[in-house]
Design a protein around this ligand. Structure first.
Ligand SMILES: [Zn+2]
Length: 268
């Protein structure tokens, strides 16, 4: 009742590739069609076994999740659902702009959208209920989590850490059982993963606060203070992105302030 189709797009950002999920058999849905790769589209079509999807669902618009949407919709005639609010170009392939709580019924249960902005403003997860026992309250989680890790990318302009932390709280209230991320293997204990991701982010925030205690600084100086000379040059961009998300979160919660590009703590 759940088929996982791994796309051939491995990278540091996508781990072993994007996982496309097919839920249900007679009236299936496809979650995150993935990259526009011919072999991957054929694998999705094989999983559908000739049955047109009730809907193609997108957790968010990033191309490693969404690029195959247009060819898959053309091939199957399925409607495309996603939430509005993304910074990318508005796409005419979307049939229905969904809101928090939108439900789609399959022959294997109901998927309900949970608005989870943070990685991207339009990000939603899908909670699977009325499902076969082993899938009850499974969460199709997009990029809220990365299988095998304890963090996910939250960086401006799309990423918002304050929203991301609120989305973790939101998901905790939904009491997911297993988590199926779009990258990496399933996470068996959903509630434990939520606590772990929250703790990881809190320790990153503390790290930045400690670095700011040494005096006001621009982001580049903060990265040097936090990581020292060991930081691989190829990781500096990602480090700066997540640092900027933390600085924005500290500003939004009144703990730090910026004068130009220099940041300082408002607390002691
Ligand atoms: Zn993404």
């Amino acid at each position: 009742m759940l088929q996982t189709i791994l796309a051939p797009n491995p990278s540091p950002m996508t781990l072993d590739g994007t996982r496309t999920y097919v839920v249900g058999r007679e009236r299936p849905v496809v979650v995150d069609p993935g990259p526009a790769d011919a072999a991957h589209l054929d694998a999705i079509a094989a999983a559908l076994d000739g049955r047109p999807p009730v809907a193609i669902l997108l957790t968010h618009a990033h191309s490693d999740h969404a690029a195959a949407t247009r060819p898959l919709a053309a091939r199957t005639g399925a409607p495309v659902w996603m939430a509005a609010g993304g910074l990318g170009p508005k796409t005419e392939i979307v049939t229905r702009w969904i809101e928090d709580g939108a439900r789609v019924e399959t022959d294997a249960g109901v998927l309900t959208a949970a608005a989870t902005p943070g990685h991207a403003p339009e990000h939603v997860c899908f909670l699977w209920t009325e499902a076969p026992a082993e899938h009850e309250r499974a969460l199709l989680a997009g990029d809220m989590f990365m299988g095998g890790g304890d963090t996910t990318l939250v960086a401006p302009p799309e990423g918002d850490l304050t929203q991301y932390l609120a989305s973790l709280d939101r998901l905790e209230a939904l009491r997911p059982s297993i988590i199926h991320p779009a990258h990496g293997p399933p996470i068996a204990d959903g509630m434990e993963a939520i606590r772990r991701y929250r703790a990881h982010r809190a320790s990153r925030i503390d790290q930045v606060v400690r670095a700011l205690r040494q005096g006001d600084a621009a982001p580049g100086e903060l990265i040097d203070r936090i990581y020292g000379p060991e930081l691989h040059p190829g990781l500096r961009g990602a480090a700066e992105g997540s640092l900027r998300a933390i600085l924005a979160h500290l500003a939004a919660t009144g703990r730090a302030r910026a004068a130009g590009d220099r940041h300082h703590l408002t607390e002691r």
